[in-house]
Design a protein around this ligand. Structure first.
Ligand code: PMV
Length: 310
């Protein structure tokens, strides 16, 4: 029996994280420089197993806790296809997307499992089904995910996303360049999102106002991006970062990297994803990208990625 494989990119949120959980629009784009991959083959004489060396897993499937995201993705596929049992397989997951860093590693792994396993079973799922499975796995781990991560990663396109509505493709009028820099601080999205929700419950007015202001920035950014004026989103990134600071989801390291990027000539910069660690992004002139990336490394970033949005 042949092997089946699937891959999916990472992602960054350009504008609107956190506010998107509360119904405001957000913009996200795939990052193809990092990828998750799944490869699966039959194991006719044995039992099913999962190997994921990046997270030190090499285990029979039935010995993984049932609430483990890898086991959950497998059982979500089984449920979706209405199968009582699965033929034995060996599934290997590899990923260059850093874990717990705001680049969508969890959603990408669910997407590749859904694609590779369903193809192996001879019942390839539609993109819509794959997206729904990745969302369900996110829900059990993140509580109240907006759905933006699984959507941008499943469809591997720039997206304009409003929770509960079908996503719209974001169509940049001109390409632009982003430098991504990792603080190296691992943060679990569910924790930051849960903390945000507790604070929102205590003072909804304050947070609703901040979310509205972030939503307004996302709307303005979409116009500028689609009208081929990407350089003008630089100021919006700085404003969005300031609002995220007011939401108390930034941290010293993220703020420092934002400042370093701007000092090195970036047109704009902000944290991206859940915050309190993970990655930040900087909008740069293409020819200045290596300089900004070097400045970010000198300021303590553990890794930088240069990506082109188009
Ligand atoms: O997984 P991250 O770190 O990219 O964060 C997701 C973005 C949030 O808006 C904070 C949560 C969500 O579900 O949209």
């Amino acid at each position: 029996m042949p092997a089946f494989s699937a891959s999916a990119p990472g992602k960054i949120i350009l504008f609107g994280e956190h506010a998107v959980v509360y119904g405001r629009p957000a913009l996200a784009v795939p990052v193809t420089q990092v990828q998750a991959k799944a490869i699966i083959l039959a194991n006719p004489s044995g039992s099913s197993s999962i190997e994921a060396p990046d997270i030190a897993i090499n285990s029979p499937l039935d010995q993984l806790p049932t609430d483990h995201p890898l086991a959950q993705a497998v059982s979500a596929v089984q449920t979706e296809l209405g199968l009582k049992r699965l033929p034995a397989f060996r599934l290997k997951i590899t990923s260059t997307i850093p874990v717990a860093s705001g680049l969508g590693s969890g959603a990408a792994v669910s997407v590749v499992i859904a694609r590779a396993l369903s193809a192996f079973l001879g019942r390839p799922l539609t993109e819509e089904q794959v997206n729904a499975i990745a969302y369900r796995v996110e829900q059990t781990h993140h509580g109240t995910p907006s759905g933006i991560d699984n959507t941008v990663i499943t469809y591997a396109q720039p997206v304009w996303y409003v929770r509960g509505s079908p996503f719209e493709r974001l169509n940049p009028g001109l390409p632009f360049t982003i430098v991504i820099a990792d603080t190296g601080i691992k943060v679990f999205t569910g924790m930051v999102v849960g903390d945000m929700r507790r604070r929102w419950t205590e003072a909804p007015g304050t947070y609703e106002d901040l979310f509205d202001r972030i939503g307004a920035i996302s709307r303005e950014a979409r116009q500028l991006i689609e009208n081929g004026r990407p350089e003008e989103i630089g100021a919006l990134m700085v404003n969005n970062h300031e609002l995220l600071r007011q939401l108390d989801v930034s941290c010293h390291e993220l703020d420092m990297l934002v400042t370093s990027a701007l000092n090195a000539g970036a047109i704009g910069a902000k944290m991206c994803g859940a915050g309190r660690g993970g990655n930040m992004i900087a909008l740069v002139h293409e020819d200045n990208a290596p300089t900004v990336a070097a400045a970010l490394s000198a300021a303590g970033a553990v890794r930088t990625i240069i990506t082109r949005v188009k």
